[in-house]
Design a binder for this molecule. Sequence first.
Ligand code: UDP
Length: 238
Amino acid sequence: MSQLAYRRVLLKLSGEALMGNEDYGIDPNVLIRLAQEVIEASEAGAQIALVIGGGNIFRGAGLAAGGMDRVTGDHMGMLATVINALAMQDALEKQGGKARVMSALKINDVCEDYIRRRAIRHLEKGRLVIFAAGTGNPFFTTDSGAALRAIEIGADLLLKATKVDGVYDKDPKKYPDAIKLNNLSYDEVIARNLQVMDTAAFALCRDASLPLRIFDMAEPGVLLRILHGEQVGTLVQG
Ligand code: UDP
């Protein structure tokens, strides 16, 4: 195999990616498969950080729509991401990896607090770092948390795993003639109003010139292929 194209990456998984075919929670088989992919990529020499959403458990906006105070709902959403992060930490370690959860909210009986320099140290030692609780603030998403942490740790690439294999000119589920866009600039994404990630997260990536690859994690081995420089999904860069 060729040398790795990236030294340090941050992989963002949605909470829903852990659900498999269930409506809620975590499918252990899906979790193990994802963990195996991450470990395979890490064993190839890449430093890998992860952010996992919480949408398989709670989202603040959804709770608020049901009448709950939005900030309380967002706190619950952030705690949901901690649950997912702990599950992933366990799966990674069961598969032979070394992992650390670092939370933006202080709950240091169950995981480490997020400290940037310590996170980088973990990565340099070959540990997988899972950033939990997003940005630590309500009214943000884990996409923003992922963009923020990726920039802070000096990641070469932000990888956003989705259920679609990249960005299309229109919704491929609705329009069979939708065309996949393999390469985009930040300005094209804005000009064409393409839904890549939420606006705050996207603005962070653009301002920091952080390249972003959107891809489908369902295909086995895809993470490693991307790390070897294969053009999978859609790459957004300056
Ligand atoms: N959240 C938040 N601040 C953050 C990140 C997340 O308040 O910085 C809350 C918010 O309620 C969000 C929930 O945590 O809906 C779960 O995150 P997200 O919706 O991004 O998860 P995903 O859609 O990726 O599963």
